[in-house]
Structure formats: C-alpha cells, structure tokens
Design a protein around this ligand. Structure first.
Ligand code: ATP
Length: 324
C-alpha cells in the first residue's frame, strides 16, 4: 500500500517515558476513507499513538505520516487536516456551548455565519440544543464530552482521531456519536478510533488493530480476528440440575470436550468443530438419555475471548496486569 491511499501510516514508532516504553515498535496503516479501531486495555499505548499521530507528542524513533504529510516534518499541515477529540476537553468553561463551538469554527477559519450554522447543527445532533446558551462550566461530564466531540467535527476533517469517544456517554449520546462518525466516513473522512469497548470496535471499525504493550499484536476485521483465534461452542441449559452429569457425559462423548459446567445456571458448554452436525448429534443423544433441554445455542467467539487469546489477558485489564 502506498502513502497516497493510506490516510495514516506509522512505522516502527517508539516512545518511552523515563525509560519505560509506551510504544515499542508500533506499526499501523489505515486506508483512506475507512474506520480503524485501536483496541486495547488501559496502558496499552493507544493514547500515546494517537497523540503522536495528531502532532501533540514527540516520539523517539520511527516514522509517521497523516493525510500524506510527515508528522515530524510538517506538523502544521497535518494539524490543518485533522480533528481530534480526547480524554482532555479543550472547552472554555466560561463560554456557553454555542459560543465554544462558534469559536472552534472561527479558529478553523469558517466565516461567522457558517460557524454559527454548523454550531447549531452540532448542538442539535448531540442533544445540547436546550443547554446551548448555558456556560460550559455548568455542563455535566457527559454534556462536556458531547461538546468536545462536537468541537472536533466543526469542520470536516480529513482524518479524525477519536480517543475513547464514548467513555461515560449514555446509550443515546453514544448512538448519536456513532451515527455522526458513520456519516463523516460516508463523506470520505478517515477515522482512527481508540476504544476499550469491543462492541464499539465491532460496530464502527472496518478493521481492528489490537494493541498490547506498545505494539499491534493482531490486525483484521472483527470477523477475521474472531475466526483466527476462536472456536465455536455449543452451550445448553438442562431443565433439572440432577441431569447435569449425564448430560455432560453425552456432550463430552460427542464433542470430544472439554466440557465446562456451570451448576448454578444448569449450563454446559463445549467446543465444536462440525457445528450443525454436533448440534444434531448432541440433541438426539440427550433425548435418548431422557435429558430435558431448556435452551441450546451455537455461538462463535466474542471479541473479548479473542482479545484474551491474543494478549493473554482480558480487555478490561489494569495497568498493573499490562506492566508484568
Ligand atoms: P488508556 O486506555 O488508559 O488511555 P492507553 O492504551 O491509551 O491507555 P497510554 O495512555 O498511551 O495507554 O499509556 C501507555 C503507557 O505509557 C502506560 O504505561 C502509561 O502509564 C505510560 N504513560 C502515558 N503517558 C505518560 C506520561 N505522560 N508520563 C509517564 N508515563 C506515561
């Protein structure tokens, strides 16, 4: 892939804080007009990568190009073409929500009339119209977050960086943001999104890069990542707890096991290779043994399970877990 068709390219990025690497050979390519999800636990290096790509942070080694420009050599050009939301709101607390947005628009060289119109559109889109004329300092955490997001969309950026955009948002605001992102992408914007929410990456990203300990450890569509590392499982719930041992014996014989048993919810689960064949065989054999089945599903791996396999720890891992 050439730089011209890639909106974001990072090659071998390294960044240490006091000798501790935050990025340790970070590589990433994001084709123009797509959404890339950087998925990883706390401390994996996602924010560091985004801040470097958005020209806010110097790096120790490697190369990065955004919207066709070298981040280290042409930070001004990069800055003019990107939008950024972060965990740190750049909102003025004295100004009202509307005034903040108009100011952001003016800083982006929009004519006053256009800035006002765009501000009103965004206030509507993010459910802030009623609070538009209150000072932002009086906004709740969720409202500030929405205002911060709206500010990053005041002009249509070529590349938009969204650092954990929906942390702390209620479902309605979260859906509003996802809709806004989808419509930007439909208009050609490239989005790099960091998230700890597997569902968010699943919903929005064309491709997902799994980040752990400062580097990308796996890359693909959500379906590819799931298929690469996961296995399908049969899960069934029996009606009577007393029948669990008999049912487990049947399931083990047919699937080859290992069978997990959760006595509390009367559930058995086991990996399967031949999905439908195994399902039919298990159900027939259980019926022959007089085991009453209350529920049965075949399911593929979740992204949570995929993440665990790829990194050796869960996606909600703490900094301490990542550090060891
Ligand atoms: P989070 O989801 O918590 O934002 P992250 O994946 O974005 O995590 P980073 O914030 O990039 O991870 O942090 C990567 C590593 O660098 C962590 O170990 C973090 O403690 C460390 N780090 C980040 N910023 C600094 C800083 N300013 N000074 C020292 N260490 C830092």
């Amino acid at each position: 892939m050439t730089y011209e068709t890639s909106a974001v390219v990072a090659e071998g990025l390294r960044k240490s804080y006091g000798g501790t690497p935050a990025l340790d050979g970070f590589d990433l390519t994001v084709p123009a007009g797509t959404v890339c999800g950087l998925l990883g636990p706390n401390g994996a290096g996602k924010t560091t990568a985004v801040r470097i790509l958005a020209t806010l942070l110097r790096f120790d080694a490697g190369h990065a190009r955004v919207a066709g420009y070298d981040v280290a050599r042409h930070p001004d050009r990069v800055r003019a073409l990107i939008g950024l939301t972060g965990q740190y709101a750049a909102v003025d607390e004295i100004l009202s929500g509307r005034q903040n947005l108009i100011l952001f628009g003016r800083l982006r060289h929009l004519p006053a009339r256009v800035a006002r119109r765009r501000a009103d559109e965004l206030l509507d889109q993010f459910g802030l119209a009623d609070a538009a004329d209150r000072s932002a300092g009086a906004y709740s955490g969720g409202m500030r977050r929405r205002l911060d997001l709206a500010a990053s969309l005041i002009t249509t950026p070529r590349v938009l960086f969204l650092d954990e955009p929906t942390t702390g948002l209620d479902p309605r605001s979260r859906n509003g943001l996802w809709e806004a992102v989808r419509s930007l992408v439909a208009d050609g914007t490239t989005v790099l999104l960091t998230t700890q929410y597997l569902e968010e990456a699943d919903q929005l990203a064309d491709r997902i890069s799994v980040v752990d300990a400062g580097r990308v450890v796996a890359e693909g569509t959500s379906a590819e990542l799931k298929a690469r590392i996961g296995e399908d499982r049969i899960e069934l719930v029996v009606r009577h707890a007393a029948q669990l041992p008999a049912a487990a014996g049947v399931v083990e014989r047919i699937t080859g096991g290992p069978v997990s048993v959760d006595v509390e919810i009367r559930q058995l689960s086991a990996p399967v290779v031949d999905r439908i064949g195994a399902l039919a065989d298990v159900m027939r054999a259980l019926q022959e043994h007089g085991v009453a089945v209350e529920d049965v599903v075949l399911r593929g791996p979740t992204l949570d399970e995929a993440f665990l396999r790829l990194t050796g720890h869960r996606s909600a891992g703490t900094r301490e877990e990542v550090a060891v």
